[in-house]
Design a protein around this ligand. Structure first.
Ligand SMILES: Nc1nc2c(ncn2[C@@H]2O[C@H](COP(=O)(O)OP(=O)(O)OP(=O)(O)O)[C@@H](O)[C@H]2O)c(=O)[nH]1
Ligand SMILES: [Mg+2]
Length: 363
């Protein structure tokens, strides 16, 4: 009989709540038991105690596609929901090779070394299905951070739809926060929907760019601009510094054409170098300034509420899609419908309507 669980709706966005850490003896016992399958209580206590190995196992459980794991995973997530303290969630995007992983490495190391804070790095990588890897697969770019006891790096699971990957990223984020990683950085690739999805999970969105990679404000699509809180021109080192400074001024004047966001935040442009570390602390300064601004205006509470709401809708959509796809009558008819649509014998809307009817009728 599972213990009663708090409702997800009892989360008070922005409310700081005390956490109780288990005593050291319990931690030791938890570690000894790590090899076998953990009990629900062990998972929860381990995550809340910040045990990295148990955190990793809990994430694996949450990522599991096995139906028998789903209930336990959900139960653990419920217990990890209301997290104490200041939570900072940052998304980083930019074209491949712009230096996202390198900037995260520099930023993360600076956070753990200079500020003594813990940081978790996650990834949303919709292309992993094709590349069979993860954008963090090359942990060599984060070699220092990967060995830093204050940091926790979790690559995105390969395969699965973006919805599925993103769903797990949110849940992974929650578990990391419960384990005391109050700074979360999510790396995403500038592909399709991933930015919008990550934007809905984080408080601050950082766009990395390069100098001289196309004069026409590369990638400065209005959509991305509207969701960006800071632009950093990376690789501002060596002979590239002057070009980066020029690009910074250009982007800044382009930005001046955009209005400030509804919460009064003005997106600005800075330069940085993941290699020399110059400008890295300045990025975090902006993150903290933005956080303080949102908090004082009450916008942070609103944002947190929006985040949990969009999470709920994502889960509903995901659940419905899965149910539909796994529905036996639908599965039986789907290949034929698909083929008929592809060959023009059936219109897509009629096919969809037919399949939805089959689903509705034999539930
Ligand atoms: N000179 C210089 N090179 C950099 C800097 N940051 C990253 N690089 C180099 O740029 C290349 C790509 O860096 P990554 O950090 O892997 O870039 P990424 O955006 O994470 O790339 P993907 O994950 O493939 O999208 C590597 O060779 C880095 O060494 C920097 O600040 N200065
Ligand atoms: Mg990378």
């Amino acid at each position: 009989m599972p213990e009663p669980i708090d409702s997800a709706l009892s989360v008070q966005p922005g409310v700081e709540q005390p956490s109780a850490l288990p005593p050291a003896g319990m931690l030791k016992r938890l570690r000894q038991r790590r090899r076998r399958r953990l009990t629900r209580r062990e998972y929860i206590d381990g995550v809340l105690a910040g045990d990295r190995a148990i955190l990793g196992q809990a994430i694996t459980l949450v990522e599991s596609a096995r139906p028998e794991d789903a209930e336990l995973a959900e139960d653990i997530l419920e217990q990890c929901l209301p997290r104490p303290g200041r939570l900072i969630r940052v998304g980083i995007t930019g074209v491949p090779g712009v230096g996202k992983s390198s900037v995260i490495e520099a930023l993360g190391t600076w956070l753990t070394h200079e500020r003594g804070e813990k940081v978790a790095v996650l990834a949303v990588d919709p292309s992993s299905q094709i590349s069979r890897g993860s954008i963090l697969g090359d942990k060599t770019r984060m070699a220092k951070l990967a060995n830093d006891p204050g940091a926790f790096i979790r690559p995105s699971p390969s395969g699965g739809s973006l919805g599925g990957v993103a769903r797990r990223t949110r849940e992974t984020m929650l578990l990391c926060e419960a384990a005391g990683y109050h700074n979360i950085i999510v790396e995403t690739v500038g592909v399709g929907q991933s930015e919008t999805t990550v934007r809905s999970m984080v408080d601050f969105f950082l766009l990395l760019m390069l100098a001289g990679a196309g004069d026409e404000l590369q990638g400065m699509k209005r959509g991305i601009m509207e969701m960006t809180d800071l632009i950093a021109i990376n690789k501002a080192d060596g002979g590239n510094r002057a070009a980066c400074e020029r690009a910074r001024r250009e982007y800044q004047s382009a930005l001046d054409l955009f209005a400030s966001s509804p919460d009064g935040w003005m997106t600005s442009v800075v330069t940085c170098s993941a290699h020399t570390g110059e400008g890295i602390a300045g990025i975090w300064e902006q993150v903290l300034k933005h956080h303080a601004k949102l908090q004082s205006s009450g916008a942070l509470d609103r944002l947190r509420r929006e985040q949990v709401k969009s999470w709920m809708y994502e889960l509903i959509e995901y659940g419905l899609r899965e149910q539909f796809r796994n529905h036996s009558a639908v599965r039986a008819r789907l290949p034929e419908c698909e083929q008929n649509v592809a060959q023009g014998r059936l219109s897509p809307f009629r096919a969809a309507e037919r399949l939805l009817e089959i689903y509705r009728e034999s539930k």
